[in-house]
Ligand binder design. Sequence first.
Ligand code: ZN
Ligand code: ZN
Length: 344
Amino acid sequence: MTTSAFPPGQPEPGTAETAAVTTGRRTAYLVALVILPVLTLAVAVPALWGWGIGPHDAVIAVVMYLVSVFGIAVGYHRHFTHRAFKCRRPLRIALMLAGGMALEGPVTLWAAEHRRHHKYADRAGDPHSPWRYGDSGPALLRGMAHAHVGWFYTARHRSVRQHWVPDLLADPDVRRFDSAYPAVAALSFLLPAAAGGLWTMSWTGVWTALFWGGLVRYAVVHHVTWSVNSVAHTFGERPFTTRDRSSNVRWVAFLTLGEGWHNWHHVEPTCARHGVLKGQMDPSARLIRWLERAGWAYGVRWPDPGHLAARRVEAGRGAPTARPPGQRARNGERDDVRRDDPRT
Ligand SMILES: [Zn+2]
Ligand SMILES: [Zn+2]
């Protein structure tokens, strides 16, 4: 039986939070965010099967992947959208540029959609909930496709930046970055191509690095990032009490450098660490800690052990714990919660 919070066919409300988006823009999203990456991957698989990938291209692609994904996770997401930490201006600009390499749009656009996602997570108003069409098998499949890529084209309303990200629009650096976004997008392809050419001193090196480090890398980065919206709101464990269906998925966390520990993130979106339980590797949190130690990042919001324990779901009962925030766990309890101080 379908128990959707999203009655089928219900139009998104046209409030000050959202505004209609033109067909031209929706088509541009369709080409850049849906069709081109799929086509690239369709070419990449037989290419990999037939000729493999050379060591130069593999290194360039991995470096570009790490820059893009860290740029999204640490920059666009944790710093710009959720203000999980403050940082010096050069680092803020570097994070913005790194996030831009992922080709997921200007930071204000990304942050506006994402802040709306948090406000309405898995309810009407969420731009990309996999539960939009209900929780029966076919409805969920359709919902996952919608959450993964479908919404880029089907959404008739987009988040209004003036409403969602006035803090970012007030920053001249952010405004400059937004207006220079086409150049940043071009750089995302020019950098790997130049690296390939200079490293191998050949035109072949330019083209193969452009293919693997530019096109294939951007396609993979996109699908990895979108998996947080589709997979990490559908499958996986939910050790914390939230009003949405955010969950933890290990392989998504591995590929997104920590973003797949999505359940705690919806409990405390401003927290710099997403993987808060034992065994949950969060390379993005680790990078923020290094930046903090170097004095580049400050005012970092690390998880509060009391809040963490208070929001745990009791095993088998599906209810939140009764322990108030700040109260320490007794010996033997919560041995799956990380005991390390993230600042040490
Ligand atoms: Zn989410
Ligand atoms: Zn978030």
